[in-house]
Design a protein. Structure first.
Ligand code: HEM
Length: 154
């Protein structure tokens, strides 16, 4: 039996410009989402110590959250282009698992070490636990990007 072909799948596979457009949207979203998270993480790790962590969070984190609303829908549309192949691809499963871990890591950071941020807002090093979460955040997001980019060659 042939695998089901959704109308969106057929549209994406037959249009020459739709898939590149959605891939570009996905990348634009990633730039704002991952870029702002990593800038915040670098501050917590000890760069630009005079900048207030809370002021930086107020500036960067809404950008990151807004970009999620570009990255996830565009990712779902990209998935619809080749659903059967991608859902059977181990790298795609690993990518989704890493995104889930990143979300858990961010939640643990905000409900954990970030609750004491008033004590290390500026000019004081962040506690080791905050540095561990933000260091892990950078590694996880870079790994998600590696999986996403490599998917195109598998
Ligand atoms: C949340 C953070 C995410 C990051 C950092 C990310 C990263 C990437 C990157 C770097 C690419 C390569 C783009 C290119 O080759 O031009 C990509 C492609 C892709 N992403 Fe994402 N992605 C994310 C979320 C998602 C989600 C939630 C889904 C689906 C549910 C998804 C599905 C896809 C698909 C299907 C592709 C195309 C793979 C291919 O070329 O065959 N992504 N992603």
């Amino acid at each position: 039996m042939n695998p089901p072909v959704f109308p969106l799948t057929a549209l994406l596979q037959h249009s020459t410009w739709l898939l590149p457009l959605v891939k570009t949207l996905h990348l634009w979203g990633i730039v704002f989402m991952v870029g702002s998270v990593i800038m915040f993480d670098l501050r917590v790790l000890g760069l630009a110590k005079t900048l207030s962590v809370r002021a930086l969070a107020r500036f960067l984190l809404p950008i990151s959250v807004a970009a999620v609303f570009i990255v996830i829908p565009s990712g779902v549309v990209l998935l619809a282009a080749h659903p059967n192949e991608l859902l059977a691809n181990r790298l795609f499963t690993i990518k989704l698992g890493l995104i889930f871990l990143s979300a858990c890591n961010a939640l643990a950071f905000h409900t954990g070490p970030y609750t004491t941020v008033a004590q290390w807002d500026s000019a004081v090093p962040a506690p080791l636990s905050a540095k561990l979460f933000t260091g892990l955040s950078i590694l996880l997001w870079l790994a998600v990007i590696l999986c996403g980019r490599t998917l195109a060659f598998t």
